[in-house]
Design a protein around this ligand. Structure first.
Ligand SMILES: NC(=O)c1ccc[n+]([C@@H]2O[C@H](COP(=O)([O-])OP(=O)(O)OC[C@H]3O[C@@H](n4cnc5c(N)ncnc54)[C@H](OP(=O)(O)O)[C@@H]3O)[C@@H](O)[C@H]2O)c1
Length: 270
């Protein structure tokens, strides 16, 4: 992104952008675009080395302040830590991105792992959105993005609990979008389909659908979300995922959708 193509979000919201799960994948792409837009950054992730290296890269490359915050967002003490962050820094834009997606039959995943997924995908999103968002509302400006998932629109076999947590983020952001209209605070959920953020064994997922769904990288997801913030409550970021989500979550009966997804995921797990 060149200077002439700045998103204008820092001019609109000011302050720091807090990005969770910033070290890799979609979070890293968000952090990079936000640095280019002029935001100072709070980069929250449990991966110390990668987060510190990214902070250094963005400080040097964009002349901004970028602070690595190394933390497990599923920890029980998140609430007090998050309160410290929002008291110490003016958070103008919050990107709730960190998420885990255990893939297995529901009862093969331990209850501890399910609860940890709930703590990260839902509790951390709630805590950060509440604490940072309340200050934004008082200031009369700010932006909140929740990274949900296309699976949150339909539910998904083998990702049962993950998809349920993503439905939570989707509905939290959609409700806030409506409730906060006119307040100066924008909220939005972004619902990516399969995104190539790691050496994914998932490369075949989606390609067993009635049409070919190419995998997208993290950059179009982040840039699409940043461009759409303030314009709509929910974004499915690529045309291929829009087609697939439209078919799977709107046109087909839910039972058909879940059967198609089950076949695709079983193929991926082989
Ligand atoms: N990739 C996809 O296909 C896809 C599709 C739809 C939605 N999404 C959503 O997009 C978001 C980002 O996905 P991604 O694929 O870019 O993720 P990713 O590549 O796995 O990166 C996520 C980052 O968050 C960190 N993280 C995980 N758990 C954490 C915790 N408890 N506390 C602090 N940091 C933690 C990870 O550290 P570790 O490496 O140590 O885990 C990693 O650095 C997630 O919410 C995901 O559900 C992804």
């Amino acid at each position: 992104m060149r200077d002439s193509e700045k998103l204008g979000l820092h001019a609109r919201y000011g302050g720091y952008a807090l990005v969770t799960g910033a070290a890799r994948g979609i979070g890293r792409a968000f952090a990079t675009y936000l640095a280019a837009d002029g935001f100072d950054l709070l980069l929250v992730d449990r991966e110390a080395e990668d987060t510190q290296a990214l902070a250094e890269e963005l400080r040097t490359g964009h002349g901004i302040d970028a602070r690595p915050i190394i933390c497990d967002l599923a920890d029980a003490d998140l609430r007090s830590k998050a309160q410290e962050w929002v008291d110490a820094y003016e958070v103008g834009l919050l990107v709730n991105n960190a998420g885990v997606s255990p893939l297995d039959p529901f009862f093969d995943i331990s209850l501890d792992a399910h609860v940890a997924t709930l703590d990260l995908n839902c509790r951390a999103t709630l805590v950060l959105t509440y604490l940072a968002g309340k200050k934004m509302a008082a200031r009369g400006r700010g932006g909140i993005i929740v990274v949900s998932s296309a699976s949150g629109m339909s539910g998904s076999p083998y990702f049962c609990h993950y998809a349920a947590t993503k439905g939570y983020g989707l509905n939290l952001a959609a409700g806030l979008w409506s409730e906060l209209q006119g307040s100066g605070v924008d909220a939005m959920a972004v619902c990516p389909g399969m995104t190539d953020t790691k050496p994914v064994q998932d490369r075949n997922l989606g390609n067993d659908l009635p049409f070919y769904v190419p995998l997208t990288g993290p950059e179009p997801v982040a840039l699409g979300a940043l461009r759409a913030l303030g314009k709509q409550p929910v974004l499915v970021p690529t045309w291929a995922d829009r087609m697939s989500a439209g078919l799977l979550s709107k046109l087909l009966p839910r039972g058909w959708t879940l059967s198609i997804m089950k076949k695709s995921i079983e193929k991926m797990r082989r």
